[in-house]
Design a protein around this ligand. Structure first.
Ligand code: NAP
Ligand code: COA
Length: 261
């Protein structure tokens, strides 16, 4: 039997206590990576870490708000002290709610930009000094509304467009140092908080499913497999890419959500 692909690697997963990011953390762990999870709520982190440990993985966690720059730096230092280094960074902490621009307060707009975009910057910025070994990779989680507007999502679209620009900028600056920087743009992923906040009735969910070119919502495993690939040496020449994992949703016209009602 071949060795797990990420044996000996250390992964830091921001927003790793639930949903897509936790699925990625579990996938990297099953491939041999030791994993550090951060997010705000200690109880949710404890439960998430237990899942990974029960699968046989080595895991640590720290409660930390990605808006807190010194807090993110401290969590990364803890990760490096505990596991002896850092190789892979997943940056997926995010907040979302549906609010048309007319009902979106300046603080509501700023809050989402602070969590998604500024938080992603904090994670990348404070990770970089530790990413000194070959194979280093930063992977952020974007969303299709970065390019395809969706009603009620001006704040999220702006934040995620910023993440795409940040991904390309850091990839350019850090490629020579051997640090790859990419992003995944998941479409509608089933059984997640993100979809629960956007699609609030069974009827809407059914119509959405038919409107997605692949005729189904994505799964957390769909995204986790792509994340794993991007974290491995198989992707060593890929940097600055924002890769859709959306069943064709972003190709399908102005807004399939409108088509779905
Ligand atoms: P989720 O389960 O709510 O995951 C969000 C994570 O971020 C949680 O662990 C949350 O934990 C953490 N978080 C939120 N605010 C934070 C903060 N200020 N500091 C640190 N951690 C924070 O949602 P999800 O739907 O799986 O989304 C995961 C990622 O995928 C997000 O980046 C989202 O934008 C992206 N995405 C999702 C979909 C989808 O279909 N679900 C589609 C496109 C993109 P705490 O609340 O405990 O801090
Ligand atoms: N509609 C309009 N405005 C809203 C809102 C909604 N549904 N929910 C929050 N806001 C506004 C608040 O009113 C506040 O603005 P104000 O001060 O002008 O009133 C601002 O957003 C900040 O809200 P607050 O609750 O203080 O922020 P927080 O930092 O505690 O929480 C959120 C951040 C709002 C993003 C919260 O939903 C969250 O923690 N989400 C994480 C989980 C998640 O969203 N998962 C899906 C990921 S895709």
């Amino acid at each position: 039997m071949s060795a797990p692909e990420l044996a000996g690697k250390v992964a830091f997963v921001a927003g790793g206590s639930s949903g897509i990011n936790l699925a990625i953390a579990r996938r990297l762990s099953r491939e041999g990576a030791r994993v550090m999870l951060i997010s705000r709520d200690a109880e949710r982190l404890r439960s998430a870490a237990k899942l990974i440990a029960n699968d046989g993985g080595e895991v640590a966690w720290a409660a930390c708000d990605v808006r807190d720059s010194p807090g993110v730096a401290a969590a990364l230092r803890t990760c490096v002290e505990q596991f002896g280094g850092l190789d892979l960074v997943i940056s997926g902490a995010a907040g979302n709610f549906v609010a048309p621009a007319t009902r979106l307060s300046p603080n509501g707009f700023r809050t989402v930009v602070d969590i998604d975009l500024v938080g992603t910057y904090h994670v990348a910025k404070h990770s970089y000094p530790f990413l000194t070994k070959p194979g280093a990779s930063i992977l952020s989680i974007s969303a299709p509304m970065a390019d395809r507007p969706m009603p009620g999502q001006a704040h999220v679209a702006s934040a995620k467009a910023g993440i795409n620009a940040l991904t390309r900028s850091l990839a350019l600056e850090w490629a020579a140092a051997g640090v790859r920087v990419n992003a995944i743009s998941p479409g509608f992923i089933a059984e997640t908080e993100g979809v629960a906040r956007l699609i609030d009735t069974a009827e809407k969910a059914e119509r959405l499913q038919r409107a997605i070119p692949a005729q189904r919502l994505g799964s957390k495993a769909d995204v986790a497999e792509l994340a794993l690939f991007l974290c491995t040496a198989r992707a060593e020449y890929i940097t600055g890419a924002v890769i859709a994992c959306d069943g064709g949703w972003s190709l399908a016209g102005p807004s399939v959500l409108d088509a779905a009602g």
